[in-house]
Design a protein around this ligand. Sequence first.
Ligand SMILES: O=C(CO)[C@H](O)[C@H](O)COP(=O)(O)O
Length: 219
Amino acid sequence: MSDQGKRLAAEAALEYVEEDAYVGVGTGSTVNLFIDALADMRDRIAGAVSSSEASTQRLRDRGIDVIDLNSAGRLPVYVDGADEANRFLQLIKGGGGALTREKIVASASDRFVCVADDGKMVDVLGAFPLPVEVIPMARSTVARELVRLGGRPELREGFTTDNGNVILDVHGLSITEPIKLEQTLNNIPGVVTNGIFALRPADLLLLGSDSGVRRLKAE
Ligand SMILES: O=C(CO)[C@H](O)[C@H](O)COP(=O)(O)O
């Protein structure tokens, strides 16, 4: 993991932010660096739509107006990080637990610019435990179904999402068919969202390292 890589990727994303428009903002340490950089152009953007309470707070602390998605309508650009990315720009997200709002804001955006350090690139998704947001009363039934699908779910202890739900982190899944698994998991009663972003992958991946930023489009 490279902090310099995260920073370079985050700063490179400014180039894709449209002036006089609202920008969608994700969650996580890389996005925090993006928010810090975005503060320098706060007078040139309308404001932001945020994917978490944590990002909302950071945006407001830096003088950036935050409005809700219902008021903003469609967004030209969404900037967010990832826990893993493959060459099709399909992602695993949700390490910070904000996956549901992230998926909603991503789906409302014309362009999804993903910012990450180069350690996030993988051949096959799934080494990172897959976060699944679950309605609390369904925790056990969903966990059993995840075991049936070949995973080893683990409750994220002491964590509640911004939506009042729990997270099951699923170990041991080799995700060779991301779109299919994303749909399968979403069909389990009690699952709110899962952290596979394959139905709506990123459009552009800015992959930072100590030596610079690579710009990748889906193969
Ligand atoms: O999905 C996320 C939060 O829910 C983050 O984008 C993901 O966990 C990457 O975080 P970081 O930039 O700190 O590595």
